[in-house]
Design a protein around this ligand. Structure first.
Ligand SMILES: *Cc1c(COP(=O)(O)O)cnc(C)c1O
Length: 359
């Protein structure tokens, strides 16, 4: 029996994934040269469809790396001389902070308890912080940063670079890239693809900062430096041999999503998110982990359970429904439900009915 995955990544594959993979194989894309015109056309197409879907302006370039975690490191190596500032409220934002420590920068953090959002007006960021690191959707705790808060950060601190982790929300989050210097995601979450591709969006300010650090002689690593991405991007190539098949399929899925329209996709996701949180409100055995509704993630719902989470996960699994377990200290009594475009409204209602019957 095949299952439906409501796991927060890797997750359910997008309905057309198999068709696009078959086309890629029929066209022998696993074997084509990555410095050929065929590859450049694929890169150009994926670039074009992502720009349309996510409203990415020409001021920003789009690069392909191995994973989002790789991009965390590249971001710090390429854009930071000394100081970063991190908004930390879960495992992924904490990892970004740790990477800055491990790379021997001087990271500052504003931490809140897991499950809480940020009161942006309370956060003071020293002007010496070169890069402000945010996680728009903290997958471990199901907390999102409202877009208007990201806008406020950039307006208050225009001289620092601002970046955001969109891994478990792209293309849902409606980012204003005029106020976002860099963003990144990987494809095994809301794009419904197998893991193995990271996407890095950067503007000219990031590229200039990286050039300045290079001139000052800073060690920016060797592989996938921002300069090498920029140079190759001029001809729609990549520094090393990339995941050509995944880049192709990402472009096709973005094209499929563009045909539906991003507004429609957002509406459907919002509808499904409301279904989840309404369901939680109506069952006294469970409660939302994130108390304030404006901080509740639309794409990853984290739910406290009275019964051990393992029992719930196993009972659902026997019925062909896979959801995520909790993270960190509360993991024995938490479940996570991903709300990505690959699952339909009727599949979501099937999940919630089944969950209701086993609680
Ligand atoms: C999954 C996830 C990552 C890590 O992505 P990889 O592709 O495994 O590197 C980073 N940040 C967030 C918010 C995530 O959900």
């Amino acid at each position: 029996m095949s299952s439906i995955f409501f796991t927060p990544g890797p997750s359910q594959l997008y309905p057309n994934y198999t068709k696009h993979l078959q086309t890629a194989l029929d066209n022998q894309l696993g074997s084509i040269n990555h410095r050929s015109e065929s590859f450049r056309e694929i890169y150009k197409h994926t670039d074009k469809e992502l720009r349309k879907l996510m409203n990415i302006p020409d001021s920003h370039a789009i690069f392909f790396a191995g994973s989002a975690t790789e991009i965390l490191e590249r971001m710090i190596l390429n854009l930071v001389e000394k100081e970063t500032f991190h908004l930390v409220n879960g495992s992924f934002s904490a990892k970004f902070f740790q990477f800055a420590q491990q790379l021997q920068k001087s990271p500052n953090a504003y931490k809140v308890q897991e499950g809480q959002g940020f009161d942006i007006s309370n956060i003071q960021i020293p002007n010496s912080c070169e890069l402000i690191c945010t996680t728009q959707n903290e997958t471990s705790t199901g907390v999102q940063i409202p877009i208007k808060d990201l806008v406020e950060l950039k307006q208050r601190y225009p001289s620092s670079l601002l970046c955001t982790d969109l891994v478990s929300t792209a293309p849902y989050a409606d980012i204003d890239y005029n106020l976002m210097d860099s963003a990144f995601f990987s494809v095994q979450k809301a794009f419904g693809m197998p893991p193995g591709l990271g996407v890095w969006i950067v503007n000219q300010s990031c590229i200039e900062k990286s050039n300045t650090l290079h001139k000052k002689g800073f060690n920016q690593g060797a592989h996938h430096t921002l300069a090498s991405f920029v140079k190759n991007y001029e001809v729609f190539e990549t520094p090393s041999t990339p995941n050509v098949v995944a880049i192709y399929i990402l472009g096709k899925i973005a094209e499929d999503m563009n045909q539906i329209g991003i507004e429609q996709i957002r509406q459907t996701l919002k509808l499904k998110a409301n279904m989840i949180y309404d369901f939680v409100d109506h069952h006294h055995e469970i409660s939302p982990f994130v108390i304030q509704s404006e901080h509740r993630s639309d794409t990853v719902a984290v739910i406290n359970t009275q019964n051990p989470a393992k029992e719930i996960l196993n009972a659902l699994k026997e019925r062909g429904l896979m959801i995520g377990g909790g993270y960190g200290s509360l993991k024995d009594h938490q479940i996570r439900i991903a709300n990505f475009p690959a699952t339909s409204v009727s599949e979501m209602s099937h999940l919630l009915e089944t969950l209701g019957s086993i609680l």
